[in-house]
Design a protein around this ligand. Structure first.
Ligand code: FAS
Ligand code: PHB
Length: 395
């Protein structure tokens, strides 16, 4: 089997890359180890940056997004029982975010690829990448119990944190930057109308909580928990009770709507970056190259930003034999990755209870939150990062 771009992984990165290349007549093959149902069934990101929304709409993927996406013009930070709102449009020259689950983005991307009769193979697990030094790398993969070879010009490693692409780069080439956090997120999806029309990020003495949503009838909530905790230790009643306590406020009324929990899981929290994001004819994009704690709602948006840069680089190469985009890919992506890494780390440090924190540390967090929600400069900084910095951010 031969193609121009061999793509490993059918998450947001791999599927969007395949779609954007096909719009320019560039051939690709997507290999996905899991089944289509499994890929669609994963509950992950919820917030799309303005740049992500604009990219999906410009690529003809805006249909359901426009009808079902929930435009949000701000978030609420809740601390010490005080609720303060950060407005986005007034602080970012009109930018907003859109709540539209990653699941829906995946459904739209798979539908577009299958309508275009794309070579998108599920339950096709890549096992090895050979010949990266040559101009014809080969991806070995297994499908239906048979071994296959995919010969390509370039390989896009869109196979997430646990994939093989990053591991195909020699250790002495890669530099890994990593931070594990001493807590995790317990996330629930519930058949309960959102209790607020915007997201609420709460810092409490019991730990972090986040109130989000997926639709007018489905809420998505998170609780900070111990990274060694087991979801079996949490009854539905305990989850709702803890959420209700952490989202309570001193002023104004807030009632947490409860309902049937249809999904619950615990996700570890880490910051992770590898440099460089390119090795010979292998390009890493998305979670294969970087992981952020979801506090800043950056994970999927960073994957999309990488693909906006990588797809343009491939298009410039094939249309004008211009290699500048390919040669600068890693450096271009990593600048924005680190800016998002900083913001995600900052939001996480601001909102979570750290085991070693003392009363002084808690008071510092409260002062930081007070300043971040009062100072025009601080609110502007938070808002411009949350809605997403431009790809070529110049301040
Ligand atoms: P993905 O991990 O989505 O996709 C990689 C794909 O490669 C997978 O489908 C995998 O099956 C496949 N693959 C792996 N190895 C392979 C092989 N050898 N052969 C073929 N295929 C292979 N981000 C947020 O912004 N907000 C959130 O709330 C949030 N919650 C998250 C919760 C969880 C549990 C996880 C894991 C991530 C969460 N994220 C969140 C981040 C998430 O949204 C990612 O940033 C996003 O999925 C990244 O997309 P991809 O880079 O495409 O990687
Ligand atoms: C979500 O809705 O899943 C979500 C929203 C914002 C975050 C993280 C997760 O920061």
């Amino acid at each position: 089997m031969k193609t121009q771009i061999g793509i490993i992984g059918a998450g947001p990165a791999g599927l969007l890359l395949s779609h954007l290349l096909s719009l320019q007549g560039i051939d690709s093959v997507v290999l996905e180890s899991r089944s289509q149902d499994y890929v669609i069934g994963r509950v992950r990101a919820g917030v799309l940056e303005q740049g992500t929304v604009d990219t999906l709409k410009a690529a003809g993927l805006g249909g359901r997004l426009e009808n079902e996406g929930l435009e949000h013009e701000g978030i609420e930070l809740l601390f010490n029982g005080i609720a303060r709102r950060i407005d986005f449009p007034s602080l970012t020259k009109g930018k907003k975010v859109t709540v539209y689950g990653q699941k829906e983005v995946i459904i739209d991307l798979i539908a577009a690829r299958q309508a275009a009769k794309a070579k998108l193979y599920f339950e096709a697990k890549a096992s090895k990448i050979e010949g990266l030094e040559s101009d014809k790398p080969v991806i070995h993969f297994e499908k239906d119990g048979q071994q296959h070879r995919l010969e390509c010009d370039f390989v896009a490693g869109c196979d997430g944190f646990h994939g093989i692409a990053r591991k195909s780069i020699p250790n002495d080439v890669l530099t890994v930057y990593e931070r594990e956090y001493p807590f995790a997120w317990l996330g629930i999806l519930a058949e309960a109308a959102p209790s607020s029309h915007e997201l609420i990020y709460a810092n409490t003495e019991s730990g972090f909580a986040l109130h989000s949503m997926r639709s007018p009838s489905i809420s998505r909530n998170y609780l900070q928990c111990d990274p060694k905790d087991d979801i079996a230790n949490w009854s539905d009643e305990q989850i709702w009770q803890e959420l209700s306590q952490r989202l309570a406020r001193k002023e104004g009324s807030f009632h947490l709507n409860t309902g049937k929990i249809i999904e619950k899981s615990i996700t570890a929290m880490r910051s992770f970056v590898v440099e460089p994001m390119r090795y010979k004819n292998l390009f890493l994009a998305g979670d294969s190259a970087h992981i952020v704690p979801p506090t800043g709602a950056k994970g999927m948006n960073l994957a999309v930003a990488d693909i906006r840069i990588l797809s343009k680089a491939f298009i410039d190469f094939y249309k004008q034999t211009d290699t500048n985009g390919l040669d600068s890919y890693s450096e271009t992506c990593l600048r924005r990755v680190w800016l998002a890494m900083r913001f995600s780390w900052w939001m996480t440090s601001l909102l979570h209870k750290f085991p070693d924190d003392d009363a002084f540390a808690y008071k510092l967090q409260l002062a930081q939150l007070d300043y971040a929600t009062t100072s025009l400069a601080a609110k502007t900084s938070l808002a411009e990062n949350y809605v997403g910095l431009d790809l070529d951010f110049k301040g």
